[in-house]
Design a protein around this ligand. Structure first.
Ligand code: AMP
Ligand code: ZN
Length: 467
C-alpha cells in the first residue's frame, strides 16, 4: 500500500511503526457553525483510508480533534450572548450527527482542545526550558529559526518566508524576536475564556493543540498525520516544529493532504461565503450521495462541486443500489445449487476485487476503485438472472456489498430509519390536522417533500412514496 507523502513529495510504501497497527491523527474542524461540505472532504476521504487499512488487517487508532476554543467561536458566542462552551458543544453535536449521516465512523478518540490545556502548558514549558520558546508580556512564542528543519513539510525556505513576512513587523507584532516566530500561548482579552498558566491567564495558540492531543492519544511518534492541504503551512509545519523540538523524535512519518473542494474553481470556505453546509445538502440528498461524489475523485485532486455533478453521483450510486436490490429479489426465489458455469463466473468475478485493491493500494485511488465496483455491477447485471442459483446470486451481492462497505457506502437501502422518520412525521401531521393546525400540517408536508417524500391522502389513510 502506497501513500503520497507531502514530506518527501513521493509515493511511498506504507510501513507502520508497529507491525499491524496504525496511529493516525486527522485535524478536525473548528466548531462555530454547521460544517460545510469542504470540511466533509477530509472526514470522508480519511475515514475511507481508515476503513481500507482496517480491511487490510491493521488495527487503526484514529484520533481526530475538535478545536473548541478559537476567535471565531468567541465571536459567535458574543453575537448570540451565550458562552463559548455552549457554541462549541452545540456544533460538536451537530457535526457528529452529520458524520453519522455521511457514514463516517466515530474516531477512536475525539479530543477537545479545552480538555487538554494542562498538556499544552507542559509542552510549552518544555519548549521554553529547551530554548525553543520565549515569553514576552504574557505571550509565548516559538523561536522558529532555532529548529533547523523548519519548512521541511511545506518545502519553504526560511529566508523566503522572512521576506514574505516583513509586513508583520509593522502590524503590532514587534515584540517578537523574529517575524517568523509563532504564538504558543496568548494572554486573555476581556470577556474571553481563559486558563491560568505560568505566563498569566490566557489561552493556547491553535497549533499547539494538535501536537499535544496527538502525543497524548497516540504517542510521540505516529504513522499518519492528515488534513486539508491548506493546513500544510503554517499549521502542520508548526506542529512538526513544536513536537520534534519538544520530544526529540520524528513526529509523523506520512503526511497526507486532501485537495480542496471548490465551487466555480474557488475554494469553498466560510470566509468567502461560497459554501453549502452538509445539513443543506442532506435536505436534498441522502448523504451517501455526497460521500459517493467525494470518492469519485482522487483525494489529492481539486474537486468542483455543482448541482449537476451531485445529480450524476445520485444516479450512479442508484445503479449500484438497484443492482443489489435486484440480487436480493432474485435470491428470494432462486433455487439452491451452484452450477459449474457459475463457479467459473465466481472465479472471473475476483478480478474486480483485485482491481479495486490495486487502485486503493495506489495512494487511495478511490476513483479507480469506484470504477472497479461499476465493472463488478455490470458483471452482476449480465450474469445473474431468474435462472441463477441462490449461492451465485448471494456471492455477487456479497462481493458488491463488501467492496462498497470499504468505501463506507451502504448498499442495502436504508428503509428502516427512513421509514421510521417518515411515519413519525406523518403521525405528527395527522395530529396537527386533527387540531386544525393546517399551517403546521402543510409545513410537515413540505418538509417531507424536501426529503423526497410525497404524500397522498386516500380513504385508507395517508400513503407515501419516494419521488
Ligand atoms: P477548519 O474548520 O477550517 O479548520 O477545517 C477543518 C478541515 O477541513 C481541515 O482539514 C481543512 O483543511 C478542511 N477544509 C476546509 N475547507 C475545505 C475545502 N474547501 N476543501 C477541502 N478541505 C477543506
Ligand atoms: Zn491540527
Amino acid at each position: 500500500m502506497k501513500f503520497y507523502n507531502t514530506l518527501t513529495r513521493k509515493k511511498e510504501e506504507f510501513v507502520p511503526i508497529e507491525e499491524g497497527k496504525v496511529k493516525m491523527y486527522v485535524c478536525g474542524p473548528t466548531v462555530y457553525n454547521f460544517i460545510h461540505i469542504g470540511n466533509a472532504r477530509p472526514m470522508i476521504v480519511f475515514d475511507t483510508a481508515r476503513r481500507y487499512m482496517e480491511y487490510k488487517g491493521y488495527e487503526v487508532n484514529f484520533v481526530s480533534n475538535f478545536t473548541d476554543v478559537d476567535d471565531k467561536i468567541i465571536k459567535k458566542a458574543i453575537e448570540e450572548g451565550v458562552s463559548a462552551e455552549e457554541i462549541s458543544q452545540r456544533y460538536i453535536a451537530e457535526c457528529k450527527k452529520d458524520m453519522a449521516d455521511m457514514n463516517v465512523k466515530p474516531a477512536t478518540t475525539h479530543p477537545l482542545a479545552t480538555q487538554e490545556i494542562d498538556g499544552m502548558i507542559d509542552m510549552i514549558s518544555t519548549l521554553i526550558d529547551k530554548g525553543f520558546a520565549y515569553e514576552v508580556n504574557g505571550t509565548v512564542y516559538f523561536r522558529t529559526r532555532r529548529f533547523d528543519e523548519y519548512g521541511k513539510l511545506s518545502h519553504k525556505n526560511l529566508d523566503d518566508l522572512r521576506s514574505g513576512n516583513r509586513s508583520l513587523l509593522v502590524s503590532g507584532e514587534d515584540q517578537k524576536e523574529d517575524p517568523l516566530d509563532f504564538v504558543l500561548w496568548k494572554p486573555k482579552k476581556e470577556g474571553e475564556p481563559f486558563w491560568v498558566s505560568p505566563w498569566g491567564e490566557g489561552r493556547p495558540g491553535w497549533h499547539i493543540e494538535c501536537s499535544v492531543m496527538s502525543k497524548k492519544y497516540l504517542g510521540e511518534e505516529i504513522d499518519i498525520h492528515a488534513g486539508g492541504e491548506d493546513l500544510i503551512f503554517p499549521h502542520h509545519e508548526n506542529e512538526i516544529a513544536q513536537s520534534e523540538c519538544c520530544n526529540g523524535k520524528i513526529f509523523a512519518r506520512y503526511w497526507l493532504h486532501n485537495g480542496f473542494l471548490n465551487i466555480d474553481n474557488r475554494k469553498m470556505s466560510k470566509s468567502l461565503g461560497n459554501f453549502f453546509t452538509v445539513r443543506e445538502i442532506g435536505e436534498k440528498y441522502d448523504l451517501q450521495v455526497l460521500r459517493f461524489f467525494m470518492l469519485s475523485a482522487h483525494y489529492r485532486s481539486p474537486l468542483n462541486f455543482s448541482a449537476e455533478i451531485m445529480e450524476s453521483s445520485k444516479n450512479a450510486l442508484e445503479r449500484i443500489l438497484t443492482a443489489v436490490e435486484t440480487l436480493t429479489h432474485l435470491s428470494e426465489t432462486a433455487a439452491s445449487g451452484m452450477t459449474a458455469e457459475e463457479e467459473k463466473a465466481c472465479e472471473e468475478m475476483k478480478q474486480f476485487r483485485a482491481k479495486f485493491e490495486e487502485a486503493m493500494d495506489d495512494d487511495l485511488n478511490t476513483a479507480d476503485a469506484v470504477s472497479a465496483v461499476f465493472e463488478l455491477v455490470k458483471f452482476a447485471n449480465t450474469n445473474a438472472s431468474a435462472d441463477s442459483s441462490k449461492e451465485f446470486v448471494e456471492t455477487l451481492k456479497k462481493e458488491i456489498s463488501e467492496l462498497c462497505d470499504i468505501l463506507g457506502i451502504i448498499t442495502e437501502k436504508k428503509a428502516d430509519s427512513l421509514e421510521a422518520e417518515v411515519e413519525a412525521l406523518i403521525a405528527e401531521r395527522q395530529a396537527a390536522r386533527k387540531a386544525k393546525d393546517f399551517a403546521k400540517a402543510d409545513e410537515i408536508r413540505d418538509k417531507l417533500l424536501a426529503m423526497g417524500i410525497q404524500l397522498k391522502d386516500t380513504r385508507e389513510g395517508v400513503q407515501w412514496k419516494r419521488i
